[in-house]
Design a protein around this ligand. Sequence first.
Ligand code: IMP
Length: 202
Amino acid sequence: MNTPAARRFSGDTLVIASHNTGKVREIAELLRPYAQHFRSAGELGLPEPEETGATFAANAELKARAIALLSGSVALADDSGLTVTALGGQPGIYSARWGGPARDFGLAMTRVNDELGANPDRSAAFICALSLAWPDGHCETVEGRVDGALVWPSRGDHGFGYDPIFVPTGFDQTFGELAPAVKHRLSHRADAFRKLVARCFE
Ligand code: IMP
């Protein structure tokens, strides 16, 4: 069976479905050649939809669809996190929430390590789903990933979140130790953006 052709972005305005100004700036930079105007849900005063989906893709889609409908423009949303094989995929879509209300990732990394205990399977991956939605409800969604292994204790202070305990496959250093430019080339987000650009923007 043939997969239907992807719908391509042909408008001039793209709304980024986020209230995080750092994230909005980074995404606009990556997609700069493909749209004339970038807006964000934050600057348009649009609400942050609740992440009620069961997967990264479902959460990215529900955020992108809601913002496309409310803004009347094509909208892009992401959802990402760490998935640990021996923990049945946890923390997964709850990666941000494992940091508690203070988003304390020292605490979240300790929890991952405690729950792993002596389990010899340290494999894990970062996943990033990106969804582009049109006001008529159509959605194009891609998923990027980077595989690796977890280490303890944490090492390095570059990056954010779970970076200091994640060693990408083929490297000896954690994402917290590697130069940011190296992480940005290898990361789940880079993989997802390459796929989305090829599918909808080029
Ligand atoms: P989101 O902003 O709702 O997608 O939540 C993503 C959460 O997953 C973050 O708060 C981090 O805990 C984790 N996460 C996602 N990407 C990365 C990464 O590149 N490094 C470390 N942690 C990440």
